[in-house]
Design a protein around this ligand. Structure first.
Ligand SMILES: NC(=O)c1ccc[n+]([C@@H]2O[C@H](COP(=O)([O-])OP(=O)(O)OC[C@H]3O[C@@H](n4cnc5c(N)ncnc54)[C@H](OP(=O)(O)O)[C@@H]3O)[C@@H](O)[C@H]2O)c1
Length: 383
């Protein structure tokens, strides 16, 4: 039996993780759940899975959660510290890190410090502090198994290969809903159309990140840290069907890809039960599911976010954390209808340009840079 704590249990990844777990009651036990504001769903999940502890974002919701749970055996915590308690639950064998954005950083570090293996969906953690996270994981012999479908694909391929033969990785990107939208129409995009992703159903923030290709930008940085790659070993190809989840090219010209229908339960199940696979009963191997697979280069004039990723990688230090924070602010402002679509990337670029980068960093300087970038992004948007 493997004991699992889930950070972000009420989100898209969190709920799909619980769905997979529910298929295998003899293999997994949920020991901790952490959520934000969705008290109703968290209470339902806790009633079904009976964890030892739960955590929510704000203290003011504890009374409501307590009365919905009506179970004194479940400890209730709140805030960053609460999520960190769930992450470092003494009995947890694996922590699924699936909070959204910078909120996932501290609890993920708490899990690593407690020696827990991580199933990592919260890519922002590696964007903000990749060096710190991967060093800490190495020092504590912690496995980080990527949940992101692209990185999960590469992880699967690298595990059956010799890394010294690796030439480069090719991250695939659907291109999002505006792949074929003319550049001059990009600022008239509505929130509803930006939330209408052609191939994946995800939380709001990552869906907007997919529409601007900031998601791919984060994935470039995530890949660098997960697989210890030089910047020139990472490429991105547009692949609108989201069937090939990513590829690895080797020095002899061979390219190995991992494919399947776009269903996050597949990489989630792999990361939950690594190194063994689970029988999910998915029957997707039919020629009609895999026709007309297309690949092309990214139009970086229309989606400059890809350039930001390589610039942030080259500069490193606190710049990636600044890029992440500026993007979080701009995406929220877009979702609230306060700015147009193209203003998201404009804001990210302006804040990155204004940042006085600090190459050496620690947890505190990352948090300071994150805060600085959030304030600067608001200034850029409203002044
Ligand atoms: N969705 C996908 O298919 C997918 C694929 C690959 C990678 N990812 C990555 O996985 C992560 C989660 O994505 P998602 O799509 O699952 O997001 P989501 O649906 O928005 O869910 C986010 C989760 O985080 C919780 N949360 C947000 N802010 C919080 C805070 N301050 N404190 C505590 N909990 C907080 C939310 O709680 P409430 O809902 O209760 O407020 C929810 O449980 C992101 O980093 C994303 O990039 C997602």
């Amino acid at each position: 039996m493997k004991n699992i704590s889930i950070l972000g249990s009420t989100g898209s990844i969190g709920t799909q993780t619980l769905e997979v777990i529910s298929y295998f009651p003899d293999k997994f036990k949920v020991v901790g759940l952490s959520a934000g504001n969705n008290i109703d769903l968290l209470a339902k999940q806790a009633t079904q899975f009976r964890p030892d502890m739960v955590s929510i974002k704000s203290e003011s919701n504890i009374g409501e959660l307590k009365s919905k749970l009506n179970d004194d055996n479940i400890d209730i915590f709140f805030g960053e510290q609460g999520a960190s308690n769930v992450a470092s639950h003494p009995d947890a064998d694996l922590v699924v890190s699936a909070m959204v954005g910078a909120s996932g950083l501290k609890p993920t570090i708490a899990a690593i410090k407690a020696g827990k293996d991580i199933a990592l969906a919260n890519k922002e953690t590696l964007v903000m502090a990749g060096k710190l996270i991967t060093e800490e994981a190495k020092n504590r012999d912690v496995n980080i198994i990527p949940v992101d479908s692209e990185h999960n694909a590469i992880y699967q391929i690298i595990k059956i290969s010799d890394k010294k033969h690796l030439k480069r990785i090719i991250l695939t990107a659907s291109g999002g809903p505006f792949l074929n939208t003319p550049a001059q129409e990009m600022n008239n995009i509505s929130v509803a159309s930006a939330l209408n992703h052609p191939t994946w159903k995800m939380g709001k923030k990552i869906t907007i990140d997919s529409a601007t290709l900031m998601n791919k930008c984060f994935e470039i940085i995530e890949a660098k840290w997960l697989f210890d790659l030089r910047d020139d070993m990472i490429s991105v190809w547009i692949h609108p069907q989201s069937i090939i989840h990513s590829m690895v090219e080797f020095i002899d010209g061979s390219i190995i890809s991992q494919m399947g229908l776009p269903d996050m339960k597949i990489p989630i199940s792999y990361s939950l039960n690594y190194p063994d696979r689970l029988n999910l009963g998915i029957d997707n191997a039919s020629p009609s599911n895999f026709t007309n697979l297309e690949f092309k280069e990214v139009d970086t004039a229309k989606f400059p976010s890809i350039n930001y990723a390589f610039y942030a990688l080259k500069e490193s230090g606190t710049l990636p954390a600044v890029m992440n924070a500026a993007n979080e602010v701009a995406v929220l402002e877009f979702l609230e209808g306060n700015i147009g679509f193209t203003k998201i990337l404009d804001t990210v670029k302006k804040v990155m340009d204004l940042h006085d980068n600090s190459i050496e960093y620690n947890y505190n300087t990352i948090i300071d840079s994150d805060l600085w970038a959030r304030n600067k992004a608001k200034e850029v948007i409203y002044n």
